[in-house]
Design a protein around this ligand. Structure first.
Ligand SMILES: [Zn+2]
Length: 381
């Protein structure tokens, strides 16, 4: 880059020559030839130039990972010293040559940070290094990806450093590959979704829900006793706050769920039915701890979002041990579309933790692998 006649030019560090200094050059020495100071490659380092008593003093400083090789003019190395002075006789270019001697290896973990990666840094060329991927609980490792290709499927990947590289450790949430199945429906933290299966589990401690709380008081709705006790407290507390909630669905047996699912398949087709309703054996309603709410007696589930009841539950349900099972933005994790009306009892402590950390049940369980073993009281059953 050339700025103007009779000025000393620098390519990356123009700032070192102040305006007054440049003007001084021009006034004092109009005949001084242009000198262009360059860096090659430009990312290799920073060059500076100064005019001192008829001489030009150039300085080169290598960037991280590069070393300075020498000053070159007209294809000849004129100095290997970083600071070099000479007396220019005519317009000329002097170039600081740099050489890269280290490569930067960067690592990223994909799929919502499904694991940890270790081993990134700067390395000498031709050095053999090993990078390590460590999937989090509930995730599987799919491989190391470089430039869109899988370069290794091993957690420990060793290779010889040839250049800068960005390696992606690809993790995938995979519940089936883990011992995530808590098929014991009696357990309040039992995981019930499309990857697990309750079979024909039926709770043995169901109690009837008070008719005042029901959308259809002429029908009988049931929940497990502990869940119901807390539902009742929650319902009364909401009422004291001026919010009336109606329960549109509670316990559904395996057979009832079969009917619901088949009706949905008939009405909307299997793909839609599978996203919006559960197959028998895969529904939280079969646990006897899940309830669906509507805002008024004629209310529909799909109209519940944003109602005072919906807002009240989002704020308070955890205090009574309930969580929204299928929150917005978690469809990939839960496998279900957003259901602001569907709440499930998981107990006070777990609900509190889920609420504070913004976790769904499966995410919460993945932070606590011990929950995936059968609790002691069930081992001998
Ligand atoms: Zn539901």
């Amino acid at each position: 880059m050339k700025l103007s006649k009779n000025m000393l030019l620098v390519n990356t560090s123009i700032i070192v020559l102040s305006i007054s200094l440049l003007l001084a050059f021009r006034l004092i020495d109009r005949s001084f030839p242009d000198v262009h100071v360059l860096a090659y490659p430009t990312v290799g380092g920073v060059v500076q130039g100064e005019q001192l008593e008829g001489q030009v003093v150039v300085t080169a400083e290598a960037n991280k990972g590069y070393r300075f090789l020498g000053w070159v003019q007209n294809g000849q190395v004129v100095s290997e010293k970083a600071t070099f002075s000479f007396k220019p006789s005519n317009e000329q270019t002097i170039t600081a040559n740099f050489q890269k001697y280290m490569a930067e290896i960067k690592l990223v973990a994909s799929e919502n940070l499904g694991g940890q990666v270790y081993g990134e840094g700067e390395f000498d060329f031709d050095e053999e290094i090993t990078v390590i991927a460590e999937p989090k609980f509930g995730y599987v490792f799919e491989g190391w990806i470089k430039d869109g290709n899988i370069v290794s499927e091993h957690l420990d990947y060793s290779f010889v450093v040839k250049d800068d590289a960005l390696l992606e450790a690809r993790f995938k949430l995979d519940l089936k590959s883990q011992t995530l199945r808590i098929s014991d429906g009696d357990y309040f933290l039992a995981l019930v979704n499309k990857d697990t299966y309750l079979g024909r589990y039926a709770p043995t401690d169901l109690v009837s829900i008070n008719k005042d709380m029901l959308k259809y008081p002429q029908w009988r709705y049931e929940l497990r006793e502990e869940a119901y006790t807390n539902l009742e407290k929650m319902w009364k507390s909401a009422k004291e706050d001026g919010v009336v909630l109606y329960i549109a669905s509670a316990y559904r047996s395996y057979d009832t769920q079969s009917q619901v699912f088949n009706e949905n398949v008939n009405r909307h087709g299997e793909i839609v039915a599978n996203r919006s309703s559960a197959r028998p054996g895969e529904s939280e309603h079969q646990l006897g701890t899940a309830v669906d709410f509507v805002a008024h007696k004629n209310g529909r589930l799909m109209d519940f979002e944003g109602t005072p009841g919906a807002l009240w539950l989002m704020e308070n349900a955890h205090k009574y041990g309930f969580i929204m099972s299928y929150p917005k933005g978690k469809e990939e994790i839960t496998g279900y579309i957003y259901e602001p009306w569907h709440y499930r009892y998981i107990g006070m402590d777990a609900a509190q933790e889920c609420k504070e950390a913004g976790l769904t049940l499966v995410e919460y369980l993945m932070t606590k692998p011990q929950f995936f073993e059968k609790p002691a009281e069930y081992v001998n059953n």
